[in-house]
Structures are given as C-alpha cells and as structure tokens.
Design a protein. Structure first.
Length: 254
C-alpha cells in the first residue's frame, strides 16, 4: 500500500460502549499490496472482533481477514520519537508480494467491514469502501481491465513519483451518466479510470477492444471512443490518442 508514514502515541481511550471504527484505509482509497487496517475495536465487556472484505459496495459474500479476542485501540496523537503504530486491526494481503503486478485480488471496488462483539452478543460494525488498483513505476507500464478489453499504457517518465496506483473498472450502465444523444448506440461497457484528473507528464495510450458479439452488424468504421466531461455534463468523442489528463469515464459508441 502507498501511504504516508504515521507517528502515533497513546492517550485516554473511552470504552464505555462498543466501539467499531476503521480509520485507515480512507474511504475511496486506491489500495495495493499489503494493506494495514487501522482503527479501534473495543467494548466494556469485550468478546472479539472480526475484519472481513467483500466485492462491491454492498457485498453479499464476505471473506474473513482476521478474528481476534484482543481489543485494539487507535490513538494517533503524535508523540516525539515514538514510532509504534497503535490500532493495527489486521493486514489485508491484496497481492502475493509487495510489488506483484499480476497476482492477487482482481481490480475493483471492495468493502472492508469491522465487527466488534461484546460478551452479550451485541455487536457494532463499521465499513469503508476502497478500490484495489495496480502499481505503475516511473519506468512506465500498462494497466489492463479485468475483462482484458481495455488497456491504459503509461510511458517512462509520465508520472512524477517513483510509483503510483491506477485502476480500470467497468461501471454499471445504470450508474453511468445517461447518453444525451438519441443517435448514439452503446457498443461496449462503460469503464472508469482512477484516479480521475491525474496529471501526466507525457501522453498516455488508451486502447479499447470489442468483440464480434458487441459490434454485430454495426459498421466498425463508425465506432468512436467517448469520454464523460464532468464540466459540461455531456459525453464527448475523443481522438484516438489520449491527452495528458486522465479522463475518468470512457466508452465506445457509434
């Protein structure tokens, strides 16, 4: 995971009620590799806590990361010369290695859930939504959508930092901005590239592929890639070459 270093200390903790709170990762963070889940799990008559994750914003299935019978307190007040991080509820291994570019959990939106129980079987929960991404180094690389139909290639020297995170995810058509032109026909899925508005130092290349089933009898010469312009709130066609700013939503129409 890419994150700023934390220096934390101890303080007065109130455990008069059940406390379930996730502080890190932050809501809608891009995450990768080994993700520390930091927060508080406590109760007056504490029994246990569990940390799970599930795919999507409202998962129907959950995978347990950890179950623990030990309370965890998060107090991030800085104390000079203290480097211990209190509040580590669990570590989520998104990939098999710290810089594994291919293995592990597929890109997409996930929900992390913390559940804290007391000895009377009462419980309290907290959740946070995150986006599993892929790592790109300053030397460049390619992010490929889970279905293999979209690639986003970032050349050497296009990002300012040594390493950064990017993701491509398909968006449910019901959640995508509506098509404002009755003459346009959607051919592919709608895809979102994160982080939106990222400023690249060099031009990048976006490629969108389509299948015979998607195109059908449509003349392939009429296909165009459209992007959603959040300023004017309309879909606009783009040249084949992507500019320096990473647009957030793309889809081919004809």
């Amino acid at each position: 995971m890419l994150f700023r270093s934390l220096t934390t200390g101890r303080g007065v903790i109130d455990i008069s009620n059940i406390t379930a709170e996730i502080r890190i990762p932050y809501q809608d963070s891009l995450v990768y590799a080994y993700i520390p889940i930091i927060g508080t799990a406590s109760a007056r008559d504490f029994e246990k806590y569990t940390v799970d994750y599930g795919f999507g914003e409202n998962p129907t299935e959950w995978t347990t990361i950890i179950t623990s019978n030990t309370e965890v307190f998060d107090d991030y007040k800085p104390v000079p010369d203290v480097r211990t991080i209190f509040g580590n509820l669990a570590t989520w291994h998104v990939t098999r290695g710290a810089y594994d570019r291919t293995g592990g959990i597929p890109m997409g939106t996930y929900t992390i859930r913390l559940t804290v129980y007391d000895q009377d079987e009462n419980f309290k929960q907290d959740t946070v939504r995150v986006h599993v991404a892929r790592v790109i180094f300053r030397s460049g690389g390619t992010v490929t959508s889970n279905d293999g139909l979209v690639t986003f290639t970032i050349p050497n020297g296009a990002i300012a930092d040594d390493v950064d995170l990017f993701m491509i995810k398909s968006v449910d058509i019901a959640e995508a901005p509506p098509i404002d032109d009755p003459d346009l026909v959607l051919v592919s899925k709608v895809y979102e590239i994160r982080p939106p508005g990222y400023q690249f130092l060099k031009s990048c290349t976006l490629k969108m592929y389509y299948t015979d089933d998607q195109v059908g009898s449509i003349d392939e010469n009429t296909l165009k890639i459209y992007r959603w312009n959040p300023i004017i709130q309309r879909w606009r066609s783009e040249e084949r070459r992507v500019g320096k700013e990473c647009r957030s939503r793309w889809s081919p129409y004809h």
